[in-house]
Design a protein around this ligand. Structure first.
Ligand code: ATP
Ligand code: MG
Length: 461
């Protein structure tokens, strides 16, 4: 508690909560108590009970008590330990707020690639800020770039502007990679008088948000920097899932189903589907599990050979012999060791991957030609179609709650934090801790083994 409070509650400001303005009543739960225990379902309003989140409220991150360290898999780091306990801070409205709403100028920026739900989060941040009484809300266009590019002007935001933006995918504000230095961004924050910055983006964006927070602390600026993790890959540490992931899995299933129909309807048909997942195979694993139509699932965490007696191609040959068709689902970051390294980088400094889907398609065609067996190989890459979708119902709810809690966190006076779902509860996380490294599929986990059971694939090594 001490550590979190001293690190993230604007440490350079000593007079916390000088005179707390009243918090809007919509954030206060109205606790209802049973009128009489004999009449279940009848409640009266208890005015005494306030229902705000206390700064000491915590969420338990792990709830499994393993009967033996061996049943825990790789989750249990200490071999003698069967109980892993980690607590995080509960998100939500605080009774005391740090900013006077009339003194707030809030900005929202979306960076990196597209992800279903961006508009839902923008919308909810704006609506919640307005309920707190904030009048000055702006969007920074095209990611961090919008802070420095003189041709790009701030987008004024209000409930009226954002009312229906969640009905379409993409980002109202636009996204980009690369952009100005951290000190230029903070100069721009000062010039514009922004004291709340909501940053929607992945690990790169969060590294940027953390650096902006540190620079603001260094300059003793009263600015709350709050991250909302946007990663379709679901690769952020400590969180149950990130927004857009659910929608991505649902859409990925459609691509898998098309590949299955194509493969199934052709003589010796093979469908190859490439899905998102640079370092983590969550989308490929979940989509394979949910579709039930995948014979081979390949993810970055699990090495494989294409060629050789235990390789993927030999298994595809077996599948054609046994059932006449096959479907392969591969994550974009899988098998990169099989491709030539181009050393190319994008504007944000991320390594540009080789196309493993195309490679598998070509090698499969070559292999069957060489052994004189007919094979009809079709390749589907639905990446951009999935990223541009609007959020499904479950992601829509996740985005709504994340957006509201991002604003509550800023008003509580926190900075340098990110908001996420933890063990079905919403919590605030220190940014440095969630971006230490990408969250990976554990090859020793039950989930990966459930996936292997479902596809029926062997080890390809
Ligand atoms: P995605 O999941 O789509 O890749 P991302 O947030 O990781 O999202 P990036 O393109 O890597 O996307 O980064 C987004 C922004 O963050 C860019 O404008 C980039 O300049 C900035 N950024 C990336 N890494 C850092 C860093 N270490 N420090 C400061 N800024 C960074
Ligand atoms: Mg990234």
């Amino acid at each position: 508690q001490q550590d979190f409070e001293s690190r993230f509650r604007l440490p350079h400001i000593t007079d916390i909560f000088p005179d707390t303005p009243p918090i809007p009543s919509t954030f206060c739960l109205k606790m209802r108590t049973p009128i009489g225990k004999d009449i279940p379902g009848h409640y009266s309003l208890d005015e005494e009970w306030h229902g705000y989140i206390n700064n000491n409220d915590r969420v338990l991150l792990k709830t499994i008590n393993y009967s033996s360290p061996k049943s825990a898999g790789a989750e249990c780091i200490d071999p003698n330990c069967t109980w892993v306990e980690q607590w995080v801070h509960r998100a939500g409205p605080r009774e005391k707020i740090y900013y006077k709403p009339e003194e707030v100028k809030a900005a929202i920026v979306t960076c990196g690639g597209l992800c279903p739900g961006l508009n839902d989060v923008i919308r909810q941040i704006v609506i919640t800020l307005e309920i707190y009484g904030v009048k000055k809300i702006v969007g920074i266009p095209f990611g961090y770039r919008g802070f420095s590019d003189k041709e790009l002007t701030e987008v004024p935001l209000s409930r009226k502007v954002v009312q229906n933006i969640h009905l379409s995918g993409g980002s109202l504000l636009g996204v980009s990679r690369g952009g100005p230095s951290v000190s230029d961004i903070v100069d721009s924050l000062e010039e514009r008088g922004i004291n709340m910055l909501f940053v929607l983006g992945g690990n790169g964006t969060h590294a940027g948000a953390n650096a902006i927070h540190n620079e603001c602390c260094k300059r003793r600026l009263k600015v709350s920097v709050i991250g909302v993790p946007k990663t379709i890959d679901n690769d952020i540490l400590l969180m149950d899932k990130t927004f857009g992931f659910d929608t991505a899995v649902e859409e990925a299933q459609r691509a898998i189903n098309s590949a299955y129909i194509e493969a199934h309807s052709a003589y010796h048909g093979i469908g190859v589907v490439k899905l998102m997942g640079r370092s983590s195979g969550f989308i490929a694993m979940q989509a394979s599990l949910s579709s039930g139509q995948v014979d081979v699932c390949l993810i970055p965490e699990v090495p494989f050979n294409l060629h050789g007696p235990h390789g993927v191609l030999r298994h595809l040959q077996y599948l054609l012999e046994m059932k006449g068709s096959a479907v392969v689902c591969v994550a974009e970051g899988a098998g990169q060791n099989l491709l030539q390294n181009t050393n190319a980088k994008d504007a944000s400094g991320n390594i540009v991957f080789g196309d493993i889907g195309v490679y598998i398609q070509q090698e499969t065609k070559k292999y069957f030609k060489e052994i004189g067996v007919h094979a009809d190989v079709k390749y589907i890459d639905p990446t951009y179609m999935i990223r541009a979708c609007r959020a499904n119902a479950s992601d829509g709810i996740l985005c709504t709650v994340l957006g509201q809690n991002a604003v509550h966190g800023a008003f509580a006076g926190y900075s340098g934090i990110s908001v996420g779902l933890c063990n079905t509860h919403y919590a605030y996380f220190p940014i440095p801790e969630v971006i230490l490294h990408p969250r990976l599929v554990d090859p020793n986990s039950r989930m990966w083994h459930r996936c292997l059971t479902s596809t029926g694939q062997p080890d390809f090594i």
